[in-house]
Design a protein around this ligand. Sequence first.
Ligand SMILES: Nc1ncnc2c1ncn2[C@@H]1O[C@H](COP(=O)(O)OP(=O)(O)OP(=O)(O)O)[C@@H](O)[C@H]1O
Ligand SMILES: [Mg+2]
Length: 228
Amino acid sequence: MIETRNLTKIYRRGNAEVVGLKDINLKIEDGEFLSVIGPSGSGKSTLLHLLGGLDKPTYGEVLIDGENIEDLEEKELCQLRRDKIGFVFQDFNLINTLNAIENVVISRIPTGVPHEMIERGINLLSYFRMEDRLDHLPTQISGGQQQKVAIARALINMPQIVLADEPTGELDSKSGGEIIRLMREMNEIEGVTFVIVTHDLNVSDQTDRIIQIQDGEIIKDINNTPHG
Ligand SMILES: Nc1ncnc2c1ncn2[C@@H]1O[C@H](COP(=O)(O)OP(=O)(O)OP(=O)(O)O)[C@@H](O)[C@H]1O
Ligand SMILES: [Mg+2]
């Protein structure tokens, strides 16, 4: 479970202060499939970065399974990010000199990729119908396929949670729809929690819970499951 307590981020630039996020109190249970919506500049990316330990709060805390991530040493935080959290970005963030399967297992390349991990990577890419694209470079596959590689990379270490920032932002609606469906399937099959930041109401409508933020604050948190 992820929990935030009075999570606040103030960006300082010179004498100017910009409130990125203000007093966010949030509980996300394991296995949730939720979206975060809100206008540009409302704090969506800031929230994801703080939840994933990519940035530090000005005040307040992020607890993952009851543990305040600020109490972790840098090395432990790196391990947490590698093992428990997967990230997916709008612009895919793949390494252009590595092929699809290498991009998927990249987190283990520095220490050596275990055989089972390559197998899991191939299984994920096959599940995403990319079994004939394993050795293609990012420039040799479509945007939707690049995002599938990025999702497989996010899932490779069996994370508890995947944080996705506008994962369909660069895709047409058909590929975008396919990406959201795959995330939903991974949520159902592997029980992975998904937090999806989006501008697209067609995307948020496919999630079970919609958190709306404005000016760094949660203004709505609604249950969007068909049967309430
Ligand atoms: N590094 C930074 N330094 C200063 N201000 C920042 C920084 N990063 C974000 N901000 C400000 O914090 C606020 C929230 O930004 P954030 O990137 O979280 O918004 P967002 O909801 O993700 O927007 P978008 O939909 O455009 O991606 C904005 O006012 C932004 O200008
Ligand atoms: Mg953003």
